[in-house]
Design a protein around this ligand. Structure first.
Ligand code: PBG
Length: 328
C-alpha cells in the first residue's frame, strides 16, 4: 500500500493544534451594536420580531451603553423610532435641532466619550412615505438631488451633535461626496463616513422596519437599493464611494452576500464593514426558540464567517451576546 503523505486531519487532532492553526478570529473590538431609540422616559420596549432587542428612551439607553462598554463593545449605531405625528413627506423632523435623536447623541458623547457613536443618514425614520429620500407626489419617483440636500444638512447636524461616524444608509447617488465636502467646509475634518456602499433591496430588513415602523407606504426601495442579483454593480458603487471620500465601506445584508464582502476586501484598502441585518438575527432567534438551532453556536459561527469572508468590522444585533461569549 502506498504511504499517504498528506493527511490534513493531522492539523485537527486536538484543540491546541486546531487553535494554533486557526486562520481567522473574531474579537469584541470588531463589533458595532445597532440600537433603537425612542422619545420619552423610562421606555424599554421589546421588538416582537427581534427578541432581546429593544426600543430605548435615552435615560434607559445610558445603562445599556454602560454595559456594552463594560463588555468591551466600543461602537454603537443609533436609529430613531419616530412617532407618526412627527413624520411628514420631507422628513422635516430630522432637521429640528431639538429632536430627541440629536440630543441623545450629545448626551451619550458627554457621558461616554469613549463610545463611538454612528448616526444614521436617511429619511425613512422621519418620512411619512417610509422612503429613504423624498418622494415626488405626482410620479412617485424618489428624488435624488433634492433628497441629498436634506441628507447633507442632517449629516452636519449629527456631526455637530458629536457623532463620530456618519452612516448614509439611503443609497442616493453622490451623497458621500457632498457630505464629505460639507464636513470639510464646516471644519468637521475628523468625522468619519461609513458608507452603505452596496446596500441591496432585501427582504431581510423586515424586523428593522417593524422596530421603526418605517416600511414604505407605497412601492418598494428597488429604484435606489441594489438588485440582489448583481455584483459588478456593487464594485461600481464601491469605486464611487472611494473617489467621494468614504472612510469605511459597507456591504448589507451579510449572510447571503459574503461574496460581495470578499470582493470589497479584494478591491479596496479601506476597512470593510458588513451589516448582519435584522432578518438574519430573527432567523437564528426563531430557530433557536423552536429548539432547531443552537443559538450561541450558530451566532458565533456566522460572525466568524464574516471575518473569513473579509469583513474587518461587523454591525450585529448579537454584539452584546458575542461579547459575553468572548469574555467567557
Ligand atoms: C433604512 C435602513 C434599513 C436598515 C438600516 N437602515 C432598512 C431599509 O432600508 O428599509 C436595515 C437594517 C436591518 O435590517 O437590520 N435607511
Amino acid at each position: 500500500m502506498p504511504t499517504m503523505l498528506n493527511r490534513p486531519r493531522r492539523l485537527r487532532v486536538n484543540p491546541s493544534l486546531r487553535e494554533l492553526c486557526q486562520e481567522n478570529q473574531i474579537q469584541t473590538c470588531d463589533l458595532i451594536a445597532p440600537l433603537f431609540l425612542v422619545d420619552g422616559k423610562k421606555v424599554q420596549q421589546e421588538i416582537s420580531s427581534m427578541p432581546g432587542q429593544y426600543r430605548f428612551s435615552s435615560d434607559m439607553l445610558m445603562p445599556e451603553i454602560d454595559s456594552l462598554l463594560g463588555l468591551g463593545v466600543k461602537a454603537i449605531s443609533l436609529f430613531p423610532a419616530v412617532e407618526d405625528k412627527f413624520k411628514d413627506s420631507k422628513g422635516s423632523y430630522c432637521l429640528n435641532q431639538e429632536n430627541f435623536y440629536l440630543q441623545t447623541i450629545s448626551k451619550i458623547k458627554q457621558q461616554y466619550p469613549e463610545m463611538l457613536v454612528m448616526a444614521d443618514v436617511a429619511l425613512d425614520p422621519y418620512s411619512s412615505d417610509g422612503h429613504d429620500g423624498i418622494v415626488d407626489a405626482k410620479s412617485g419617483e424618489i428624488l435624488n438631488d433634492e433628497s441629498i440636500e436634506l441628507l447633507v444638512k442632517m449629516a452636519l447636524l449629527e456631526a455637530q451633535a458629536g457623532a463620530d461616524i456618519l452612516g448614509p444608509s439611503d443609497m442616493m447617488d453622490g451623497r458621500i461626496g457632498l457630505i464629505r465636502q460639507a464636513l470639510e467646509s464646516e471644519g468637521l475634518k475628523n468625522t468619519l463616513i461609513m458608507s452603505y456602499s452596496a446596500k441591496y433591496a432585501s427582504s431581510f430588513y423586515g424586523p428593522f422596519r417593524d422596530a421603526l415602523d418605517s416600511a414604505p407606504k407605497k412601492g418598494d426601495k428597488k429604484s435606489y437599493q441594489m438588485n440582489p442579483a448583481n455584483i459588478s454593480e456593487a464594485l461600481k458603487e464601491l469605486e464611487l464611494d472611494l473617489e467621494e471620500g468614504a472612510d469605511i465601506v459597507m456591504v448589507k445584508p451579510g449572510l447571503p452576500y459574503l461574496d460581495v464582502v470578499q470582493a470589497f476586501k479584494q478591491n479596496c484598502h479601506l476597512p470593510v464593514a458588513v451589516y448582519n441585518v435584522s432578518g438574519e438575527y430573527a432567523m437564528i432567534k426563531a430557530a433557536a426558540q423552536k429548539g432547531w438551532l443552537d443559538e450561541q453556536k450558530s451566532m458565533a459561527e456566522m460572525l466568524l464567517c464574516f471575518k473569513r469572508a473579509g469583513a474587518d468590522l461587523i454591525l450585529t444585533y448579537f454584539a452584546k451576546d458575542m461579547a459575553k461569549l468572548l469574555r467567557g
